[in-house]
Design a protein around this ligand. Structure first.
Ligand code: WT7
Length: 652
């Protein structure tokens, strides 16, 4: 564990924003008192709290007999119960007469528009489920989903859920190598993809990446391909199947088989501090309950709302707040395939105006990019349909918060800054919009049933106002169950750092109002544009290049992305530093991992600064990257000899 000094908070923000009387009037939870009462009850008697929530919010095929079986650190929630997640997200709404309500309102980057009602979603998911079975997928099998942000991505996820197969969604911006690694780790049987998708005006050929990946992932037997464009697309006989050939000829009826509460629902890969991506395992009933009730209370969802979460389905946000949370609540969601600046920076706002979006949920990095593009863009559009704004992915700086509040929310929309992780499954620390007074930069208070604490290295609570490690003291239904194929790593990483508690890997402090301020990651994981990237993974990718001897990757504060990626690289003898080589290394990383991981800066040196014990002096490199130590930035080659000598005992 690294020192917490490096993430000491410098924020001194204290402005307080109350929800308006008008908002409070219709809110589910309409006062801090009510929130606190319910929260205290949920912590004092978690069993009865969760039991009540599970019975009221979900439809069970067979009732559960026990709320929680907790053998630290392994949890079984709602033991004995049987449930079908897809039934809860679709069929129950159709049965309740909501069949003609819009489920997915979709806009492609190229301007294509589609609306799927709950009836249509049920038909498509049933057909897709039947097709998956015809392609040999059965309960417990893993299916990789590598798609653009189109309705069929959600249809595929729900079709897997319907037949009890686990989906593993791989972000469409990841490279073929990243896809191959994830296919292999999960031993996926099938890949669902599209010929490609539109992003920033160009067509990204996903199917080509799948073809590349399949050279290295032998577990995959078949590929189901949705046709998104008119372009030619190579198909391999006997392996590749067009969606329109195989899905649309299936029956629109499919039986919803009940599965055990703890039946695995999906796997989602995320970066950890030891390099290899971790397959986070979520299971059925507990995950769905977390997604369902957090969505209901945090977004105060009403039948008339139109909800838009801009996240891609490749991230946990796209699982919980594009797919499972909204659909389980019978909400109408907006989905947009492309980039926020295509064809111009008005795209987000035009979508809000066109579909009268009432709840908008995005990432601070997107907000900062929009600020940079200028206020003229949002001002061109009618954003008066908005009533709640949300953020997720990283701490939001007060300047961005205030802009969001004033320019987008017209000072009338509460902002919910939601803290959570791939591992937590649903939002954990967040305001409830009609109950909690917010201050820019804090995710405020714990959600029902969640008991956070801020502790020191020994696990002792720190004094109020002091920084420390954020831990969660009690299990909760949507928590991860294990790491796919590596339960030891699960135990070690999450439950052994502070014995008995779930270790989040984030630093935090609590202010005098009880608000939690997240101070960022304390491990070697960067947060780039709201997404975790492992420095180790980027380092080993760099070292796989023939010219590279050693590499150290650190983050540097960045106005838009939160953190920029700076790589210090020492070359093998015989290789000369040059601008071309730097460019080549940047491209190498982008190609191996994906464009998201493309280094912002490559700095070449003869050797890397190390302590006597041989550890790379990361803090020194972080300072240099941030420009805190003067170096000859303009030269292609850094000389660390002097600096290293100055900092010999810096053992970080
Ligand atoms: C890490 C989790 C949860 C979906 C998106 C990212 C950071 C997330 C906030 C927030 C401050 C935040 C944390 C966390 N984070 N939300 N509202 N305020 N930090 O999921 O890739 O699993 O990353 O993102 O550092 O640990 P993820």
């Amino acid at each position: 564990m690294s020192s917490l000094n490096s993430i000491n908070s410098v924020l001194k923000e204290s402005r307080r924003f109350k929800p308006s009387n008008q908002f409070v009037k219709t809110a589910f939870i309409n006062s801090a008192k009510k929130y606190l009462e319910l929260w205290k009850k949920s912590i004092k008697s978690p069993d009865s709290f969760w039991k009540k929530q599970a019975n009221e919010s979900l439809v069970w095929a067979k009732p559960f007999s026990k709320t929680l079986e907790w053998k630290l650190p392994h949890a079984k929630w709602f033991v004995g119960g049987k449930i079908n997640v897809a039934y809860n997200c679709i069929d129950r709404h159709v049965e309740a007469g909501l069949g003609n309500k819009a489920a997915i309102i979709w806009e492609g980057e190229d301007g294509t528009r589609r609306i799927l009602t709950y009836n249509e979603l049920l038909n498509e998911v049933s057909q897709c489920a039947n097709a998956l079975m015809e392609l040999g997928v059965s309960s417990g099998d893993r299916v990789s989903i590598y798609m653009p942000l189109i309705p069929e991505a959600v249809v595929s996820m729900l079709a897997c859920a319907r037949i009890g197969a686990m989906h593993s969604v791989i972000f469409g911006g990841f490279s073929s190598d990243a896809l191959a690694d994830r296919n292999n780790d999960a031993q996926s049987k099938l890949v669902i993809t599209a010929d490609g998708g539109f992003r920033k005006g160009s067509f990204l050929s996903l199917k080509d990446n799948v073809d590349e990946a399949l050279k290295k992932s032998s577990s995959v037997q078949k590929v189901l391909v949705f046709k998104r464009s008119d372009r030619a697309c190579k198909m391999k006989d006997g392996r590749d199947y067009w969606w329109h050939d195989i899905v649309y000829r299936q029956s629109i009826h499919s039986k919803c088989k009940p599965f055990d509460s703890e039946h695995p629902l999906f796997l989602l890969y995320t970066s950890g501090s030891t390099g290899k991506p971790k397959g986070i395992v979520h299971t059925s009933a507990g995950y769905l309950l977390g997604a369902t009730i957090s969505f209901k209370y945090i977004f105060d969802i009403k039948v008339s709302d139109t909800f838009w979460c801009t996240a891609d389905v490749g991230w946990i946000t796209g699982h919980t707040y594009v797919t499972y949370g909204p659909l389980s609540n019978g909400a109408s969601i907006v989905m947009y395939e492309g980039a926020p600046n295509f064809p111009d920076w008005g795209r987000f706002w035009s979508i809000i105006e066109r579909y009268k979006v009432s709840i908008f949920y995005t990432a601070p990095t997107a907000i900062r990019a929009c600020i940079k593009a200028g206020d003229d863009w949002p001002k061109k559009y009618d954003l008066s349909s908005l009533r709640i704004l949300g953020t997720v992915g990283e701490p939001i700086n007060p300047e961005a918060w205030l802009w969001y509040h004033e320019v987008i929310g017209n000072k009338k929309c509460p902002i919910v800054d939601t803290w959570w992780q791939t591992e937590t499954g649903s939002a954990m620390i967040t305001p409830l919009p009609g109950a909690i007074v917010t201050t820019p930069g804090t995710a405020t208070v714990p959600f029902f049933g969640i008991e956070p604490e801020i502790v020191d290295k020994a696990g002792k609570p720190v004094k109020k106002g002091h920084g420390g490690f954020l831990v969660i003291k009690k299990p909760w239904p949507s928590m991860l169950r294990t790491i796919w194929g590596d339960d030891e790593r699960y135990v070690h990483q999450y439950w052994s750092q502070i014995p008995g508690c779930y270790f989040t890997g984030d630093g935090a402090r609590q202010d005098k109002h009880g608000n939690y301020w997240i101070l960022g990651r304390i491990d070697d994981v960067l947060n780039v544009s709201g997404h975790r990237l492992s420095t180790m993974e980027i380092e080993s990718t760099l070292v796989s290049h023939h010219a590279v001897a050693e590499a150290a990757v650190v983050g540097k504060p960045d106005d838009i992305k939160g953190e920029a990626i700076v790589c210090f690289v020492s070359l093998k003898s015989g290789f000369k530093a040059s601008e071309e080589l730097k460019l080549e290394l940047q491209t190498h990383v982008a190609k191996q991992i994906g464009a998201l991981a493309r280094p912002d800066q490559i700095r070449l040196s003869d050797s890397l600064p190390k302590t006597r014990s041989g550890k790379i002096m990361r803090r020194l490199l972080r300072d240099i990257a941030a420009g805190k130590v003067s170096t000859q930035d303009t030269s292609t080659l850094e000389d660390f000899a002097v600096l290293a000598a100055l900092r010999q005992d810096d053992d970080i």
